[in-house]
Design a binder for this molecule. Structure first.
Ligand code: ADP
Ligand code: TYD
Length: 203
C-alpha cells in the first residue's frame, strides 16, 4: 500500500508505560498491511544519544538542566536530519518511541518551562500527526521496570516520574491522545489502533 505522504506517529509517557512494546506491535501490524514504516527511538544511538546513555547509567552529577536539555535537543536535530525527514520524504509511517514531548516533560520537571521547550522544539522538528501519551501510575511502571531488568536508570525514581507524568497530562492539541496503559498488551494495542485509524484509508 502506497501512502500519499509521510505520517509521523509518536509514543510518549513515563518509563515503563509500555511504549516500546506498543511501538513494535504497531510496526508489525503496519508491515502486515504492507504499509511502509520505520520504528525509531530517542535518545538515539548516535554521538549525543550515547552521551545521554552514560548520564542515565552514571547519574546527573554536575551537569546543569540547561546542558542536559541541549544534549537531548542536539540528539533530536541529528535524528531529524539523518532518519526522520528522509523517511517522511519517502512517504513512510515513522513510529517514534519518544520525541520532544519527552524533553518538555523530563527536562521541564527539572524546573525549565515545559511549554517553552515544546515551542523551541517545534521551530525545527516536524510536528507529529498523532501523539499517543501513555498513562499509568508511576508505582506500577516502576514495578514493571524492576521485574524486567536489574538496573534502574538515574531518571527512574518515583518522585521524578510523578512530576514528569503531571507535565505529560497537561499537554493539549488536536494531535494529542491519552491512552490508559492498563490491561493486557493486546488490549492496549487495540486502543492504539483505534487512536490512529483515521490517519489511514485501509478500505
Ligand atoms: P517503555 O518503553 O514505556 O519503558 P516497555 O514497553 O519497555 O515500556 O515495557 C516495560 C515492561 O513492562 C516490559 O517488561 C514489558 O514487557 C512490560 N509490559 C509492557 N506492556 C505491559 C502490559 N500491558 N502489562 C504488563 N506488562 C507490560
Ligand atoms: P528510554 O526511552 O527509556 O530509552 P531506552 O529504553 O533506550 O533506555 O529513554 C531514556 C530516558 O531518557 C527516559 O528516562 C526518558 C529520558 N528522556 C529525557 O529525559 N528527555 C528526552 O528528550 C528524551 C527523548 C528522553
Amino acid at each position: 500500500m502506497k501512502l500519499a505522504r509521510g505520517v509521523l506517529i509518536v509514543f510518549e509517557g513515563i518509563d515503563g508505560t509500555g511504549k516500546s512494546t506498543q511501538c513494535s506491535l504497531l510496526a508489525n501490524s503496519l508491515s502486515e498491511k504492507q504499509v511502509p514504516n520505520i520504528a525509531l527511538a530517542e535518545p538515539t544511538r548516535g554521538t549525543w544519544g550515547m552521551k545521554i546513555r552514560r548520564l542515565l547509567s552514571e547519574g546527573r552529577q554536575d551537569i546543569t538542566p540547561q546542558e542536559e536539555l541541549s544534549w537531548f535537543v542536539n540528539d533530536r536535530k541529528e535524528d531529524i536530519e539523518t532518519n526522520i525527514l528522509p523517511a517522511l520524504q519517502k512517504n513512510k509511517v515513522v513510529i517514534m518511541d519518544r520525541y520532544y514531548f519527552s524533553t518538555a516533560a523530563y527536562q521541564g520537571a527539572l524546573g525549565l518551562d515545559p511549554n517553552q521547550i515544546r515551542l523551541d522544539n517545534e521551530k525545527f522538528a516536524p510536528i507529529p500527526d498523532r501523539v499517543l501519551i501513555f498513562l499509568n501510575s508511576a508505582e506500577a511502571c516502576l514495578e514493571r521496570i524492576e521485574s524486567s531488568r536489574d538496573q534502574k536508570s538515574a531518571f527512574e525514581n518515583l518522585d521524578y516520574l510523578n512530576k514528569v507524568q503531571q507535565i505529560f497530562k497537561g499537554f493539549n492539541g488536536p494531535n494529542i491522545r491519552f491512552i490508559e496503559s492498563v490491561g493486557s498488551i493486546s488490549d492496549i494495542h487495540e486502543k492504539v489502533l483505534a487512536e490512529i485509524d483515521d490517519l489511514f484509508d485501509f478500505n
